[in-house]
Design a protein around this ligand. Structure first.
Ligand code: SF4
Ligand code: SF4
Length: 455
């Protein structure tokens, strides 16, 4: 399978199964429309606007590339059966230390922090048992990931610190190590917390939506005040102290800022070097929800952003837009590319009460409650795990023949469930955005490889 598209002056051809990416001239680009179902002479006749010898030459080159395994490679190297039979091994956990929040973001899937239920704070006992469970079920994996999440995890920072200390102790006893992440809205950051986070957290996810008016409108404090002016200086301070440690600024765009490239530009101007801006996922009746009819504008905005971004990347700009990062060397491994996030199998979320869900986005949905960390023997339901395990790009009808399958890994199970009531049916609007982002990311890599030649 191949996928071809034009962007920023490049004719780009992607060989999906093999992973090769080519930049071709107009003649080869057009030949590929007919290459698989017409004879060479027929194609020469169809493309009679070009000199015959040029079309013939280009055809022969494509044929040569196919022979060399650079075009139309097959996927028969994949062993789907053994892939589906693999035993899930836990490697990551989202710890919902606090189901309470000091912001009331309009689109928050956590329903303003309390996850549609009551406000709750995790006990030290639940937190310790969750970490014990992760270590005990992580097989031979050495590196384990824990994300302190909420609500707002800084609302019980003492618990976070105790769990970091405990986690490091049990990891050392078991010849493993933890990579801790904290996801925060930043409101409660102060010098002490910043110093602690920068010393102990492998990664920090900082929530900021972009321009002040956009951010303040969507992310007001509980007193209906804007939060932008409070958090931006704190975010700048925390990243200043992180030196070469990871962080990223994570924004959400809604129908109200479909011109989100301006927000991405602001992140760069504020000095943040890694940012993402996710489309809001919310019920259609909300005024800010993304609707199908918004797609053309959104896709155009991604392309506009990609063209500007490519110019900067060619010059070696350190700023990275998360959604345009594409690895043309085809990492990560094939299993990851087939199945994606690992929710419910390699990754689980644990609530303050100890309930275990496939991931943070399923929290509160009783149908997806897997077990409780305080159970005498914690056993994750095999049937549900298999459902997630076998939900991959070759089992989903929509993904099987989709050119984007190894780049998006089948999309988000939670989005699929929330929009279509079934983790096997991807969220179509999300798919269109994902595909555009992949094209943008590939174009940026092409521009870098060609040193911006045609820009
Ligand atoms: S873009 Fe959508 S249909 Fe295509 S592979 Fe990804 S989830 Fe599946
Ligand atoms: S299901 Fe979606 S939200 Fe949950 S871990 Fe996977 S990608 Fe993330």
């Amino acid at each position: 399978m191949i996928h071809k598209f034009k962007m920023n002056g490049y004719n780009i051809v992607m060989d999906i199964n093999g992973g090769a990416v080519h930049v071709v001239d107009d003649i080869s680009y057009e030949i590929l429309d007919h290459y698989k179902d017409k004879e060479k002479q027929e194609i020469i006749n169809i493309l009679s606007k070009y000199p015959e010898e040029k079309v013939s030459e280009a055809y022969d080159e494509l044929e040569e590339m196919e022979k060399e395994g650079l075009l139309f490679t097959s996927d028969d190297y994949l062993n789907i059966e053994s892939f589906e039979k693999r035993e899930p091994v836990l490697k990551a956990m989202c710890l919902h230390v606090v189901h309470d929040c000091n912001l009331k973001c309009k689109y928050c899937f956590a329903s303003q922090g309390d996850f549609g239920g009551h406000k709750a704070y995790m006990s030290l006992d639940v937190g310790k048992k969750a970490l014990d469970y992760l270590v005990a079920n992580s097989g031979s994996r050495k590196a384990l990931e824990v994300d302190f999440f909420g609500g707002e995890p800084l609302m019980d920072f003492e618990l976070v610190k105790k769990l970091v200390e405990y986690g490091n102790k049990i990891a050392a006893e078991n010849n493993k190590y933890f990579r801790f992440t904290i996801t925060t809205n930043g409101l409660l950051l102060d010098d002490d917390k910043i110093a602690y986070i920068n010393e102990h957290m492998h990664n920090v996810v900082l929530s900021l939506d972009g321009r002040k008016d956009i951010h303040d409108d969507m992310r007001p404090t509980i007193n209906d005040k804007g939060s932008y002016d409070i958090i931006v200086p704190k975010f700048q301070k925390i990243i200043e102290g992180r030196k070469n440690k990871y962080y990223y600024v994570r924004g959400t765009f809604t129908r109200k800022n479909l011109d989100f490239s301006k927000d991405v530009k602001l992140f760069k101007d504020l000095g943040f070097n890694l940012a993402s801006v996710e489309p809001v996922v919310d019920a259609d009746y909300n005024e800010y929800a993304i609707k199908e009819e918004d797609l053309p504008v959104i896709l155009e905005e991604y392309e506009k952003l990609a063209i500007e971004y490519a110019k900067d990347q060619v010059k070696g700009d350190p700023f990275k837009f998360f959604h345009f990062i594409v690895d043309l060397t085809q990492g990560p491994c094939i299993i990851k590319r087939m199945s994606g996030c690992g929710a419910g199998c390699e990754y689980v979320a644990v609530t303050p009460e100890g309930d275990i869900y496939p991931c943070h986005q399923f929290v509160g949905n009783e149908k997806f409650k897997m077990a409780n960390i305080l159970d005498e023997e914690v056993i994750l339901p095999k049937e549900m795990q298999n459902e997630f395990l076998n939900c991959h790009v070759f089992s989903k009808e929509a993904c099987k023949d989709c050119w984007n399958k190894f780049y998006c890994s089948g999309g988000c199970h939670a989005n699929a469930y929330n929009f279509n009531g079934n983790i096997m049916e991807p969220y179509e609007v999300g798919c269109e955005m994902q595909k555009k982002r992949t094209e943008c990311g590939v174009m940026v890599e092409v521009a870098k490889m060609m040193d911006g030649e045609t820009i």
